[in-house]
Design a protein around this ligand. Sequence first.
Ligand code: PGA
Length: 272
Amino acid sequence: MIGQMYTPLCVCQRVDADCYDWHSSTMSNRPIYLVANWKMNGTAARARDWAFAVNEALSTHPTLTGVLCPPALYISDAKLGLPHNAGLKLGAQNCHEASNGAFTGEISAPMLADMGCTYVIVGHSECRAMGETDAQVEAKARAAIEAGLTPIICIGESREAYEKGETLAVLSAQLQGVAKLPGAAYLVAYEPIWAIGSSKTPELDEIQTVHRHIKSVLGSARGVLYGGSVKAGNIGKIVSLPDVSGALIGGASLEIESMCAMISETGALRGK
Ligand code: PGA
């Protein structure tokens, strides 16, 4: 239950073939991002092989932008699997807000850019759970933009907030710092904490309503991705929603076959 304090804006509570035609004209005009968040999984060999295979799969779907965010240690291995000017982009799962200094174990945004990354996830709920604050998330996003990276800024509500109908209030608070960021050089990922790794997702009309709300807070030009138990079988319906610009995918992005199935499902809906 997202909440009763607003009116659901989506007319598309059922996204199937009939309903999809209604959306297809606008869908084909906007970029769709498929971002793989490997979390603390994978190996050097898998990063290389995955990057090669997924880049090949993306080459037949030019309307999709794929981004691989492996553990930072494996970014250079992923690069080995990619040709020059590959369609698949590289990203990281976190960065520090400072550009360098005495921060043992940390990695800065300029270092990620130096390694060939063009994206970085910030504010993931698994980092927020370890104490990361909204102010730190804003500072990390700012550092990423200054380094020429596109931050993917994660926000999301707890199960308790969802059940109390407080989703939009929680998200609005998390967006306060984000709204101060310069330009259009960032993406937002709406990831309900209770949907991550749980095989549960909000209803499609709830996802659409939340995304419309985020765009109304930040300006309609912002790309807003959905994350939380995205997989082949539900990704097409989710990215068909009018205010969804793509997906942040955890568990289902690890295997090449599963990632390629999601690329085909999304690319087919978009008419390639
Ligand atoms: P999930 O994770 O797809 O495994 O639910 C998404 C995320 O945490 O980014």
